[in-house]
Every structure is written in C-alpha cells, then in structure tokens.
Design a protein around this ligand. Structure first.
Ligand SMILES: Cc1cc2nc3c(=O)[nH]c(=O)nc-3n(C[C@H](O)[C@H](O)[C@H](O)COP(=O)(O)O)c2cc1C
Length: 216
C-alpha cells in the first residue's frame, strides 16, 4: 500500500524498560537516556518541545534547545527572550511541560514542572559562549513581535553590529535562561505491538519520587 493511514506505521523493538533499569532519581535515568540518544547518532538530540500556557489556560508549543541541567542537577535549562510569547506566558503562568522524542532509540520523555529564571551570572556565562552573530541577533530580534520585513530585521542587525564594533556584546537584560524543576517525569520506551513500557515518577511531599508503571 503506497498511501493511507498505515503508510508510516512501524514497530518499536530497539530496547525495553523494566523495573530493574529504573534509578531512584529520574534525573539519573534522564542523563543515561540523553547520552544514549546522542551516541545513537540522533540529530538534534537536545531539541525539546516546550509547552506553556497563558493564565487563561490557552496552550502553545515550540522547540527550544536543552542546554543542560542546572547547578543542583534538579532542573532543565533553556535560553530565550523573556519578552517572547513563551517568556510572557511563563511570567503569568510558571507551569510548563517539556517533551523529548528520540526516534532511533524509540524513546520519549515527558516532563512537567515549575519554571524559574536562572541566576543572571549563569545567563551571562552562557551568553559569552554564543557565536557573535547569535549575540547580535539577541539584540536585533524582538522575539515574537510582528516585524514589517526581512530588510528591517537585517538593518537592525547591522546597526547593532556597528554599535558593538571592537567590544564584547553584552547580554540584553531581556534575554536569559529558565529552568524547569520537574514534579513529574515520564519515560516511554516503544515496544513491539504497541505494548510500550511507561514509567511515571511523581514527586513526593518529602522530595523523594514515587514510581508507577503506566499502561501504554
Ligand atoms: C531546532 C530548534 C531549536 C530552537 N531553539 C530555540 C531556543 O533554544 N530558544 C528559543 O528561544 N527559541 C528556539 N527556537 C525557536 C522557537 O521554536 C520559537 O520559534 C521561538 O522561541 C519563539 O517562540 P514563542 O513565540 O512561542 O515565544 C528553536 C527552534 C528550532 C526549530
């Protein structure tokens, strides 16, 4: 069959996930899966879908890049423009969800948690490591705002490039990192015949984690 609802059907058989593979802290399992995904040759292994919602509950999703765990290894960090759509939504509703999907190892991780800004020093430190063009773009782009034309964007870029000639580009105040501190992490391993393995970690009151197997 060359078309139709089964055109893209495939079975998942690369791995399994059972009780013996689970770590007490889900961040350890995350680190393990992340490095395995990178080793598998997956491209954009650090691309994750970030979902936010306005205070009236209207959701929106987009890809951002996972830049590592925070200092205490409890939160997932990404960088963005604080005045963007996502930035504004996170200011009025600090709950967010993340999704990683890695087709080669046939794995998905779903995360939900509360978001906080990372310390300015952390944002400064990361901003300094960015390519100069990206640093200038952070100044030139009023992310998520309507802009009249491509030409205008490029003019703004050139103006800022000129302004910072011969000096380091400082981090704009409206650009920096957020960290999502999960209260809920679910690991999904694709299996044959749609009998997938799913394990949900939920945070206890005493800051430990409860682990439950979920039906696929
Ligand atoms: C592979 C990929 C990586 C991206 N990484 C980031 C990122 O790290 N930070 C960011 O602000 N936007 C990133 N974007 C752009 C966002 O998806 C989005 O278009 C932008 O942040 C504006 O979103 P918003 O209007 O909902 O705030 C990335 C897009 C793609 C496709």
């Amino acid at each position: 069959m060359s078309s139709g609802p089964n055109l893209f059907r495939r079975d998942y058989s690369a791995h399994k996930l059972d009780e013996g593979d689970l770590t007490l802290n889900p961040l350890d399992l995350f680190k393990n899966w992340f490095s395995k995904a990178a080793e598998s040759g997956e491209t954009d292994v650090n691309a994750m879908t970030l979902s936010t919602a306005s205070k009236d509950g209207l959701p929106f999703s987009r890809i951002v890049l996972f830049k590592g765990l925070n200092e205490s290894e409890t939160g997932f960090v990404f960088f963005t423009n604080f005045n963007s759509r996502k930035g504004k939504q996170l200011m009025e509703n600090p709950w967010a969800a993340l999704n990683f999907y890695w087709p080669i190892p046939e794995r998905q991780i779903n995360i939900r948690g509360k978001v906080e800004k990372v310390k300015n020093e952390i944002s400064d430190e990361y901003f300094r490591t960015r390519p100069r063009q990206s640093q200038i773009s952070a100044w030139a782009s009023q992310q998520s705002e309507v802009i009249e034309s491509r030409e205008l964007l490029e003019e703004k870029f050139s103006e800022i490039e000129k302004k910072f000639t011969g000096m380091d580009v400082p981090r704009p105040n409206n650009w920096g990192g957020f960290s999502i501190e999960p209260d809920f992490i679910e690991f999904w391993q694709g299996r044959v015949g749609r009998l997938h393995d799913r394990f949900l970690y939920s945070r206890n009151k005493d800051n430990g984690w409860k682990i439950e197997r979920l039906s696929p």
